[in-house]
Design a protein around this ligand. Structure first.
Ligand code: GTP
Ligand code: MG
Ligand code: ZN
Length: 292
């Protein structure tokens, strides 16, 4: 590991107040942050003191995180690829996709949108219609059914450090179980009416794939706050806007109500999807940062 001596390894599970660390020789150790704050994420390369304190971490190649007015929530460090998992059922939030795309784009992560549960026929076309807004954002959209065959995803994960993000119940852990033999990630199977145990994922864990990639399962999220990003960084996350940037009448155009806005014109002509302009306007307007 570059720059780290001693007991060094990668964080493979994050429990909030402590971490599971995979050491260079394959052994697992428990790591504790020095202060109260959890400043590390799955994927971080850390150094442990003999008593398990995390004494340092290697520079990060990427850090996927979200933030609200009060705090940051680290999702994954050193990932190369984001898998945004949505499903035909239950329904998903499309602005949450735009939010996660902005965060990923600003950290140099490639994104794949996975539409899971395509075996459920009735809600399939509705889900596809909601995803149509993302057809021109430069990320692949993969349809599959984790329950029946998750293998189409596997070649896209080879050699990559991927992290799955999505709302609860979309099937992230089911995908893990389909792709990683023996993973036994807890999924939300509700077997009987008395079963109150909804086995929702409560902490992030990284798994090794047979093709050399790694894949992180993370707890479902309902919000993806971008308080840490400036309006320009949010704009940067809307890749299909780029050909039009600099073509508005005003150089500092926010693409809201300004006249002669090239983005607005592109949305009117259909080159930019109307929903994406709506998402941009909500995200770039500070008072609406947490609205959906
Ligand atoms: N019909 C169908 N159901 C699926 C499929 N994939 C997952 N499910 C079901 O969806 C439910 C939720 O799956 P999970 O894998 O626990 O979802 P999750 O995204 O990990 O949820 P959180 O851990 O709460 O974030 C379970 O009952 C799964 O059996 C699929 O391809 N088809
Ligand atoms: Mg889960
Ligand atoms: Zn404009």
């Amino acid at each position: 590991m570059s720059g780290l001596a001693g007991n060094a390894g990668a964080i493979v599970a994050a429990f909030g107040r402590h971490y599971e660390v995979e050491l260079g020789d394959g052994r697992r150790a428990v790591g504790y942050p020095r202060g109260k704050k959890s400043l590390f994420a799955v994927g971080d390369e850390v150094e442990l003191s003999p008593d398990g304190q995390i004494t340092g971490h290697a520079p990060r190649r990427s850090l996927l995180y979200r933030s609200d007015a009060y705090r940051q929530k680290l999702i994954a460090a050193n990932a190369t690829q984001l898998l945004l998992v949505v499903a035909t059922d239950p329904s998903f939030s499309d602005i949450l996709i735009s939010r996660a795309l902005v965060a990923a784009e600003n950290q140099g992560l490639r994104t794949i949108i996975v539409l899971n549960k395509c075996d459920l026929v009735a809600p399939l076309n509705g889900a596809r219609a909601l995803l149509a807004a993302f057809a021109t954002v430069g990320c692949r959209i993969l349809e599959l059914s984790a329950k029946h065959d998750a293998s189409p995803l596997l070649p896209l994960l080879a050699g990559e450090s991927s992290v799955m993000v999505g709302q609860s119940g979309m099937g992230k852990s089911t995908l893990i179980n389909a792709l990683v033999p023996g993973a036994a990630a807890a999924t939300r199977e509700i077997s009987t009416a008395l079963d109150s145990g909804r086995h929702t994922t409560t902490y992030a864990r990284r798994y090794h794939l047979s093709n050399g990639g790694t894949l992180i399962d993370s707890p479902g999220l309902q919000e993806f706050g971008l308080k840490h990003l400036t309006p320009r960084e949010i704009e940067f996350g809307f890749v299909e806007f780029r050909p039009y940037i600099g073509q508005c009448r005003f150089r500092d155009c926010r693409h809201q109500t300004e006249p002669d806005c090239a983005i607005k014109a592109a949305a009117a002509s259909g080159t930019i999807h109307r929903r994406r302009l709506e998402h941009f306007r909500q995200l770039a307007s500070p008072h609406h940062d947490e609205s959906h």
